[in-house]
Write a protein that binds this ligand. Structure first.
Ligand SMILES: Cc1cc2nc3c(=O)[nH]c(=O)nc-3n(C[C@H](O)[C@H](O)[C@H](O)COP(=O)(O)OP(=O)(O)OC[C@H]3O[C@@H](n4cnc5c(N)ncnc54)[C@H](O)[C@@H]3O)c2cc1C
Length: 228
């Protein structure tokens, strides 16, 4: 019998990794670290025979993923009904160049979540979520930005997606070429990739020349502190 994983998300036949299960993780620490470093979630849902996968910003607080958007949008309207949702977040950490064409791969960390969402209608809760979202994307910014007013809050839909099942999948390391290909005379290895910020570009409509704050100048996307 396999040992239970401490503090893990549940899985079911729909979320159990069948391919390369040795790369799979379900512990909250791994799942949360991948989510908290990410900026974009791909949100998948079906309203009939046609599935949709829509990229979106998000923030995780505890076991809940929060999304926001226009109440007129299909994603926010449909998800608000509580239909099943599948969300993925992916980081590409490297390009893996094998000796054989078919052993080219990627090093990555990804998460697949299953759950369903409820609309957040309470204005105070909405405000807290939107503040957390700003802070998730640019740590240090929320304290300085103007708070949303009541009209803005009313016309922004916020959804709380409870993570019911989650799996992470992680690939690291060199190519996995077959023994007989190791003598093939070409370079093999990994080209590391990461998300890097450029120099901040000041909005020309700022009244005076103002230096960008340190959270903009020193912006780095890496593991961020959890918003539990
Ligand atoms: C950047 C990147 C590139 C990839 N490129 C390829 C490729 O070119 N070809 C390829 O075959 N695979 C690729 N993969 C792996 C791919 O995501 C799937 O894991 C794999 O294709 C198996 O899919 P499946 O539906 O057969 O898996 P199954 O093992 O049948 O999936 C069962 C369940 O496991 C979970 N799961 C599956 N994949 C992931 C995942 N990546 N992260 C978290 N949970 C997961 C889901 O809950 C899923 O419903 C890539 C992954 C990443 C992140």
């Amino acid at each position: 019998m396999s040992k239970p994983i401490p503090d893990a998300y549940p899985t079911s036949p729909r979320s159990e990794l069948k391919r390369a299960p040795e790369r799979g993780r379900t512990d909250r620490a791994t799942v949360h670290a991948i989510l908290d470093e990410g900026l974009v979630a791909h949100v998948g849902f079906a309203t009939g025979p046609q599935p949709f996968v829509i990229p979106s910003a998000y923030v995780r607080i505890g076991d809940v993923l929060y999304l926001h958007g226009s109440p007129a949008g299909r994603k926010m309207r449909q998800l608000g009904k509580g239909i099943p949702v599948c969300v993925t977040v992916t980081h590409v950490d490297g390009l893996v160049l094998g000796r054989s064409a078919l052993h080219h791969s990627m090093n990555y960390r990804s998460v697949v979540i299953f759950g369903s969402a409820r609309p957040v209608d309470d204005l105070e809760e909405k405000k807290r979520v939107l503040e957390a979202l700003v802070e998730h994307v640019v740590p240090g910014r929320a304290a300085e930005a103007r708070e949303p007013n009541e009209t803005e809050l009313k016309f922004t839909r916020v959804l709380a997606l409870t993570i019911e099942e989650a799996t992470a999948k992680v690939r690291t390391g060199p190519p996995r070429d077959d023994e007989e290909d190791l003598g093939h005379p070409i370079w093999a290895g990994v080209i590391p990739l990461s998300l890097a910020a450029g120099d901040p570009v000041t909005d020309p409509r700022l009244p005076a020349v103002e230096e960008a704050p340190s959270y903009a100048k020193e912006y780095r996307r890496g593991p961020s502190p959890p918003l539990e």
